[in-house]
Design a protein around this ligand. Structure first.
Ligand code: F6R
Length: 616
């Protein structure tokens, strides 16, 4: 969740660190800090830290004329200790300075042991333990030319938990040491300079050549080279990738917010995700990996594991997979599954769905599933080389491009596109997709980006609705069948960025309790596609209307509803049958965006949240 950048060069690295931090701010934004060497005339480490955004740190860097050719920097999402200057990274012990992403689980025991050695703790963080531990190991063996590297290696062997760290020492101006276990970290290769960061976007301004570190790796960076050792201490070569990420993909361009940009990028993101399919004449299992045909032929059910928005994508998929491909499907919140005693089925296909591919709960759930004997794993993910992608034997990459707004938008719709595709492939393999129907479905997939584009045209109407939501404290979202998870996603979007309390219900559940909440102050948003359940939904809407609730209905062009039936209605200009849930998502994203904006909230960085939840 926190963001790390490190650099060793023959030039001032402060602008590189600050630029990197700005690009990593989506990972955490309650405080930030940096430490550099090589600028101060006396050779001393210069450290700055501030609460709030990176821009505050930048002001501090300017005011103090921060300068150096070796440095580390951090943007924080607090886990241990409130956001404050003293808890902001880097943490310092003697000559050692450390930034850290993750959680050290044995920090209490280590703190006691280090206190007994005379170390004094000045922060509430688990990270300070790492700084003192490295310092202690460095003191024990200060001799070799690789003293810091060796001290870090000895120290990480004592840590339990998840971490990505970057370390420098005042006593060594020629080395930057990094290590990872359970939290993302990559190296960036330059010309006479090298870098490290939590993700590629942070280094885009300096290099496109990156090395993804594996769990347990420790690396020593000099200006000329990088050396990596694995958990066993063996020197290892890791592949160098040329990142395809363009600067434009992570810039705002003409938009005011990343969330707005990402909502409007959805037609393109879905088109990119489906590119290989839309030009094809038929659906092939190999879209999901070379072994997909064999594995898909052997499975008898599906188990989906995911969190948050990605979990909602899984819930939509259950309706598709059972209703269309005829394959039993369970969907579980990863953080629940990982601690639940469940009955494993080695013939189930375990699907993890994740934007980041680094979500700690989803990763742990997958590891747990494997430990129970599950052997078939498919990862649907937006980040190549992420931990979830590497841990699976089948993979499908959504090609949404970097998603920077904390509220997930284009990741969700591209996940749905991937899951629709999977459903069609499995339906075909199970003899449930006649050729004529396959052609029809391929056609509707090809039309999907255009349909999404036309749905975005409802924005002005949504803005009118949004004004009415601004003073509200609560909202209910209703849907039936496959649109129930879309109602859940709509409620999640509204609550996380507007801070209006929002809940979603399967509309048929209303009279079993939540109807008691409905009065004239309660806006009720209903998703009303013209599907088999529309008459049932209309009865539920009448129940709301009879209690004075304010109805806001998102319908299809041909949904039979009149002004008498509802108070507010927006009709989607296009509809896509099986793919209808994807289209119905967009107005809900726009509603959350505009309400949050009108309430003066920071749309891209909602309070208390961060993207890429790499801690439990
Ligand atoms: C909500 C949101 C989160 C994520 C969740 C899982 O807008 O973004 O609920 O969906 O934290 O993240 P990933 O998909 O990266 O595993």
């Amino acid at each position: 969740m926190c963001g790390i950048v490190g650099a060793i060069a023959r030039r001032n690295v402060v602008p590189i660190l600050l630029e990197g931090l700005k690009r990593l701010e989506y990972r955490g934004y309650d405080s930030a800090g940096a430490a550099v060497l090589g600028g101060a005339a006396d050779g001393k480490l210069q450290r700055i830290r501030s609460t709030g955004r990176v821009v505050e740190l930048e002001k501090l860097a300017q005011a103090q004329g921060l300068n150096g050719d070796l440095g580390i920097a951090h943007t924080r999402w607090a886990t241990h200790g409130v956001p404050s200057e003293k808890n902001a990274h880097p943490h310092v012990s003697g000559s050692v300075s450390v930034v850290h992403n993750g959680i050290i689980e044995n920090h209490d025991a280590m703190r006691e042991a280090l206190r007994a050695k005379g170390y004094v703790f000045v922060s509430d963080t688990d990270t300070e333990v790492i700084a003192h531990l490295i310092n202690s190991n460095l003191r024990d063996d200060p001799g070799s030319g690789h003293a810091l590297f060796d001290a870090v290696r000895r120290s990480v062997a004592e840590l339990v938990g998840a971490y990505a760290i970057a370390v420098i020492s005042e006593a060594d101006r020629d080395h930057l040491i990094v290590a990872r276990h359970g939290a993302p970290l990559l190296l960036g290769l330059g010309d006479g300079e090298n870098f490290a960061a939590s993700d590629t976007s942070a280094l885009i301004q300096v290099t496109q050549r990156v090395i993804y570190l594996e769990d347990g790796d420790v690396a020593e960076l000099t200006r000329a080279a990088v050396e990596i050792v694995d958990t066993q201490g063996n020197a290892v070569e890791r592949a160098v990738h040329v990142s395809q990420l363009s600067a434009a993909a992570v810039e705002l361009g003409p938009y005011s917010h990343y969330m707005q940009k990402e909502i409007f990028e959805q037609p393109m993101a879905v088109a990119n995700t489906l590119e290989m399919v839309t030009s094809a004449q038929s659906l092939a299992p190999q879209l999901f990996g070379v072994d997909a045909e064999k594995i898909f032929g052997d499975i008898d059910s599906v188990l989906i594991l995911a969190c948050g928005t990605s979990f909602h994508a899984g819930m939509v998929a259950r309706y598709w997979l059972e209703g269309f491909a005829g394959i039993p499907c369970n969907v579980e919140i990863a953080s629940e599954y990982r601690y639940r005693q469940s009955v494993p089925n080695p013939k189930a296909l375990v699907i993890t769905i994740s934007q980041s591919g680094e979500t700690a709960d989803t990763l742990a759930a997958l590891q747990y599933a494997k430990s129970l004997g599950h052997q078939y794993c498919l990862s649907i993910c937006n980040v190549p080389e992420s931990a979830l992608v590497r841990a699976a034997n089948l993979r499908f990459l959504t090609r949404a491009g970097p998603e920077i707004g904390v509220a997930s938008t284009k990741a969700f719709t591209t996940q749905l596109a991937a899951l629709a595709l999977l459903t069609m492939v499995l339906a075909k393999m199970r003899g449930r997709l006649p050729a004529v129907r396959e052609t029809e479905l391929l056609k509707s997939l090809r039309h999907l980006p255009t349909a999404l584009q036309s749905v975005l045209e409802v924005e002005p109407q949504i803005e009118t609705w949004a004004r009415e939501f601004v003073p509200r404290h609560h909202a209910l979202f209703l849907g039936r069948g496959i649109h129930y998870p879309i109602a859940m996603e709509g409620a999640l979007k509204l609550k996380e960025i507007s801070y209006i309390h929002a809940e979603a219900y399967a509309a048929g559940e209303l009279k079993h309790g939540p109807l008691a909440l409905v009065d004239k102050y309660m806006p009720v948003i209903a998703i009303a596609p013209n599907d088999a359940l529309i008459e049932k939904l209309k009865s539920n809407l009448q129940e709301v209307k009879a209690r004075g609730g304010q109805l806001y209905v998102i319908a299809d062009q041909d949904t039979r509803l009149t002004g008498d039936d509802v108070l507010h209605i927006i009709r989607l200009p296009d509809h896509a049958g099986l793919l209808s849930p994807i289209l119905h998502t967009l107005p809900l994203q726009l509603l959350a965006y505009h309400v949050a904006l009108m309430r003066g909230n920071d749309v891209d960085k909602p309070r208390n949240l961060a993207k890429s939840v790499t801690v439990e």
